[in-house]
Design a protein around this ligand. Sequence first.
Ligand code: 5GP
Length: 197
Amino acid sequence: MRLLEEKIISEGRVLSDQVLKVDSFLNHQIDPSLMNEIGKEFAARFANDGITKIVTIESSGIAPAVMAGLYLNVPVVFARKRKSLTLTDDLLTASVHSFTKKETNEISVAKKYLSQDDQILVIDDFLAVGQAALGLVEIVQQSGAKVAGIGIVIEKSFQQGAEKLKELGLRVESLARVASLSNGEVQFMNVQVEELV
Ligand code: 5GP
């Protein structure tokens, strides 16, 4: 997605060979008009898949997921990372090791928000080694619902997450695919950085 790739080039900061910081539009401050376009793009890619609900994970998955939910006209459920006093219903849970925070969280969704009739689109901000997406898939599968696909805003294609998910037969649609973060530079799959304004 050209607009997103341009934004990554102009505002992203390469923190290391492994980590890209995009705090100015996705992970801290949020660019609503970019999120609107991202939502539109996810909705277009999954328009014919009978999606009934979107599942994401707090906090950075919520903005793109809500915009996709708006265009697909379906509700959005976000998995919680911490136990909440108000989250007292029957829960579906999975264990997720965070790539950036180096900690393991139990993520949970109330059972009542997923049913076996649902066709779920899983959305997240980043795909690295695939732990977050796999945790969400596990929760969806526990409910008996079907995972129709996985929508990722920024895939780091040099890490194993996308491959792992595809090996499981899951469809992955990533709006920007980063081939490398070496030497402090972002390289995309199939796009020359010089083409981007
Ligand atoms: P995974 O579970 O696929 O290893 O990592 C995905 C999660 O880790 C995402 O939900 C995202 O929050 C975080 N993450 C992974 N890599 C990056 C990165 O390079 N930059 C940022 N900002 N977050 C990342």
